[in-house]
Design a protein around this ligand. Structure first.
Ligand code: NZQ
Ligand code: ZN
Length: 387
């Protein structure tokens, strides 16, 4: 078993009708009465969530910042940074999905940083954010696990870039997770959420068989739970039991637990982010385009784990279980209405593979995957084969 260190300080408040606890959670995180509420493009207002939050926080001095986009945009977030500096904000409440929460992680660090925060994201400086405004979250979509981890991904459309950041400062102080909010989500976002959670689990599982027996089974449990509930929860998102299980899977898939003591891959995410940056395709959908092709490209290194996954998760048998497992995964994704080929999207992908390869070379991302063996030439082939 590999050595590891693990700490997850985020308090999770799970279940419906929990919002009356919010003031106490904020008070335990800050002495200030001034709170910035950050939210997205309007769904939190539309479903009445913001009004509920305003009501329970009537004792606080609330400043609102709305309009954080899906794939949170650097320019927008910098406006919020200005608000934080001007208003001397000491606590931020993120109300939304991965995009709002990631955006708030960036805002909280950038507001305390004197230099150019973009250079921190691109690693053009050795600086990192060394201070951050504490924040909590009210999660509205089960997908990224951002509510219980310390990572964030920030986009800058004018440069067609999507860059990541993170570190111990960026764990939320608390996250409220109310499964009944699933009922308000469009089917596209529910499918995205299922797939993102599925892919996070696979990134930390589909490497090679390990001696970490508990971790293997935990990952398989999440995958099997998602497979079991996916069609039902899409059909009936107001079913609280199904919704609760989906939210649990999504948080559990990326709260840091699954990576303890095992190798991880994450190359699908690295490539997928480029497809969002270049073509605007939803995050989970980019992963569905890349992962099956990545498994084919790295088949010799992954075939034993693919066989384990095929047997244990999909109950497959025969000589070619590893290959069947790839086909079965693609069929599962397609059953959720997710396209698995780049050419199925209305984008010009003629240069995509070459651009992604060049970017990875420029960033010195030349040894990806669990064995550090996914090289830029593999990346270019994976993207080409995904068209
Ligand atoms: O902007 P609003 O109006 O709120 O609409 C959002 C958005 O359009 C809508 N939505 C959210 N909750 C809703 C709702 N609509 C109705 N009812 C609700 N209850 O859904 C749309 C998508 O929201 P978004 O936050 O973008 O989705 P998601 O949670 O999938 O987040 C995606 C972002 O997270 C990053 C992705 O790269 C992407 O930028 N990721 C963050 C990770 C992390 N921090 O750990 C890991 C992931 O791998 C991922 O990279
Ligand atoms: Zn993801």
């Amino acid at each position: 078993m590999l050595n590891f260190e693990y700490n997850n300080p985020t308090k999770i408040v799970f279940g419906k009708n929990q919002l009356e606890k919010l003031p106490a959670y904020i008070k335990s995180a800050t002495d200030s009465k001034k709170v910035l509420i950050a939210f997205g493009g309007g769904s939190a207002e539309k479903i009445g969530l913001l009004d509920q939050i305003r009501a329970v926080l009537s004792d606080f001095d609330l400043i609102e910042f709305g309009g954080i986009e899906a794939n949170p945009e650097y320019e927008t977030l910098m406006q919020a940074v200005e608000v934080c500096k001007r208003e001397k904000i000491e606590f931020i409440l993120a109300v939304g999905g991965g995009s709002v929460i990631d955006g708030v992680k960036f805002i909280s660090g950038a507001a305390k940083y004197e230099g150019n925060p973009w250079h921190v994201l691109t690693r053009e400086t050795d600086d990192i954010f060394t201070e951050a405004i504490p924040f909590g979250t009210i999660l509205t979509i089960p997908a990224t696990g951002s509510e219980a981890n310390s990572g964030a991904v920030i986009s800058r459309q004018e440069l067609k870039e999507k860059r990541s950041m993170g570190g111990p400062l960026f764990f939320p102080q608390f996250s409220f997770i109310d499964p009944s909010l699933l009922a308000s989500l469009p089917e596209r976002q529910i499918a995205n959420g299922i797939v993102d959670a599925f892919m996070h689990t696979l990134e930390q599982y589909l490497t090679h068989p390990t001696d970490n027996l508990l971790q293997e089974r935990e990952a398989e449990a999440i995958l099997m739970t998602l497979i079991e509930i996916a069609p039902k929860v899409i059909k009936d998102p107001s079913n609280y039991v199904l919704a609760s299980n989906l939210f649990r899977c999504a948080t559990h898939a990326l709260n840091g637990n699954l990576r303890c003591g095992v190798p991880t891959d994450w190359a699908t995410h690295a490539i997928g982010h480029e497809l969002t940056a270049l073509h605007g395709i939803d995050h989970a959908r980019t992963l569905s385009i890349i992962m099956p092709r990545l498994w084919e490209e790295m088949f010799e290194q992954k075939k034993e784990k693919l066989a384990q996954y095929g047997q244990r998760v999909w109950n497959l048998s025969g000589d070619d279980v590893a290959k069947q497992a790839i086909a079965q995964t693609e069929e599962f994704l397609r059953s959720l209405g997710i396209k698995t080929k780049l050419s199925e999207y209305p984008v010009d992908s003629s240069e995509t593979a070459a651009i992604v390869r060049k970017r990875f070379e420029e960033r010195n991302w030349i040894e990806l995957g669990e064995n550090k063996s996914i090289r830029p030439e593999n990346v270019e082939r994976i993207v080409n084969n995904s068209i």
